[in-house]
Design a protein around this ligand. Structure first.
Ligand SMILES: Cc1cc2nc3c(=O)[nH]c(=O)nc-3n(C[C@H](O)[C@H](O)[C@H](O)COP(=O)(O)OP(=O)(O)OC[C@H]3O[C@@H](n4cnc5c(N)ncnc54)[C@H](O)[C@@H]3O)c2cc1C
Length: 424
């Protein structure tokens, strides 16, 4: 543990509340520039030293699909050399429609790229990001921020944790707490929630044939089903499943014996990977889009899940937050060179204006697509039918949905769907 961790200072320029993947990335981007901000990260979870050294790929580990844009940022930041050691390349996306022939295919090779994106286990990604930040910032953990109190010149954070002072102050507080701690409510910021009346089952599955870096998006009458390739070693070969179902079906699948789940899944997915042989620990997520009513105020920014929580089917949450984080870090690092106050509202509004367009497009696009494909109310059923027809008329639109929902949509709009070839 480094020296600055042993002597917690009480005043900071920037305090990041939450050292999850998003908070850790911001800390890293602030520390790696030439700016000399005094940065603290406060995280409620235990800090295990060199967690990445103890990393083991376990069957049920959850994973994140990283878009090409995220990977490029990691490469520029010197993070990819490490993160990429345990990343699985997505070489093709194959889109199909249950009950219909044909489909669409998006190939990295045909686009002159080595991968359309990568899938990385969170158990590797998260400690890599955390460790990349830790050396240069003051990391307080396990410490919980209990209270956040705004003042004209600083924010005061009340802390609970053995290694922490009772309070710290900062000129800018970044709320990257995942949105579940309730701190936003202390500030009168609400979370707007849209439910989809659908659930996603998340699990890892095994099958007979090699996945060859193929990701699959399958449209079924009950909702879309995605499989993302994980690990190519024959002994560890598996894929991450996101299976959208009506709540009652999802609940039944959560408690059904493995053989029953495999049979249902095989029926929904088909045989392109041969026989499905194993389904691991299942988790169920209610599909919703949650957005904070405000993301910036004087001396405050909301980032990551606390700003916007996209349902896992969208596979976009982290990638969108990476683009937010890069924009915020770049403005803050420039502000340092210009000797500006990092909590200035003018500066933070600049950040918000820069990010609003991408956030709106990404959230609305995934919201519309998921509603279209996942909702069974009569009006939506009719719309979905029209949507299916529309998607069939517009070549590649379904694969566009796939790139969007697998987190592969690149670029600033997030909705900038990769154009593709179809074999319909
Ligand atoms: C099943 C699933 C699959 C997903 N797949 C993808 C994908 O493929 N691609 C993609 O881009 N995104 C994906 N996402 C979204 C992605 O996981 C999230 O966007 C990302 O994890 C958000 O990170 P975060 O740092 O904002 O929040 P979190 O990971 O929740 O981190 C919050 C941190 O804050 C700390 N904290 C909380 N309260 C306090 C407090 N009071 N004081 C101090 N610390 C506190 C916690 O300890 C935690 O470390 C998926 C999400 C789910 C649920």
């Amino acid at each position: 543990m480094n020296d600055i961790m042993a002597q917690p200072a009480v005043d900071y320029d920037i305090a990041i509340i939450g050292g999850g993947m998003v908070g850790a990335l911001l800390a890293r981007l602030l520390a790696s520039g030439e700016a000399g901000w005094r940065v603290a990260v406060i995280d409620a979870s235990e800090l295990s030293e060199e967690a990445s050294a103890h990393y083991q790929s376990e069957y049920d580990n959850r994973s994140t699909a990283l878009s090409a844009g995220t990977v490029e940022l990691f490469q520029r930041q010197g993070l990819w050399q490490r993160i990429g050691q345990h990343a699985t390349a997505i070489r093709e996306v194959l889109v199909s429609d249950r009950g219909h022939l044909g489909g669409a295919r998006l190939s990295a090779q045909e686009r002159g790229r080595s991968a359309l994106g990568y899938v990385v286990e969170n158990a590797w990604l998260a400690p890599c990001l955390r460790e990349a930040a830790q050396a240069d910032v003051h990391w307080l953990a396990p410490v919980r921020v209990e209270k956040i109190a705004p003042g004209p010149h600083s924010m005061t954070l009340s802390l609970a944790g053995e290694s922490a002072p009772p309070a710290i102050s900062c000129r800018l507080a970044v709320l990257a707490d995942g949105g579940l701690s309730g701190l936003h409510r202390q500030l009168g910021i609400e979370q707007q929630r849209r439910d989809y009346d659908q659930q996603a089952i998340i699990a890892n599955v095994s099958f007979e044939r090699p996945h060859q870096g193929h990701a699959f998006e399958r449209f079924t009458p009950l909702g879309p089903l995605a499989l993302l390739p994980l690990d190519e070693r024959p002994e560890a070969r598996r894929a991450a499943l996101v299976w959208t179902l009506p709540p009652e079906r999802a609940e039944a699948m959560m408690v059904a014996p493995e053989a029953e789940v495999l049979a249902q899944l095989q029926r929904a997915f088909g045989w392109r990977l041969g026989r499905l042989t194993r389904v691991g620990q299942r988790q169920s997520w209610r599909l919703a889009l949650v957005e904070a009513s405000e993301q910036v105020r004087s001396r405050l920014v909301l980032l990551g899940n606390s700003a916007h929580y996209l349902h896992p089917v969208a596979g976009q949450g982290f990638n969108l937050s990476v683009r937010d984080t890069a924009a915020l870090a770049s403005l803050l690092n420039r502000a340092y060179r210009e000797a500006r106050d990092p909590g200035e509202l003018v500066l933070l509004n600049q950040y918000w204006r820069k990010r609003q367009w991408d956030q709106t497009l990404t959230t609305e696009m995934s919201d519309r697509l998921v509603r279209m494909f996942s909702n069974r109310r009569p009006g939506w059923m009719a719309l979905r039918h029209l949507g299916f027809l529309g998607l069939d008329w517009v070549p590649g639109a379904k694969a566009g949905f796939a790139t969007q929902t697998m987190g592969l949509a690149s670029g600033r709009s997030g909705a900038g769907l990769i154009s593709l070839e179809t074999n319909e």
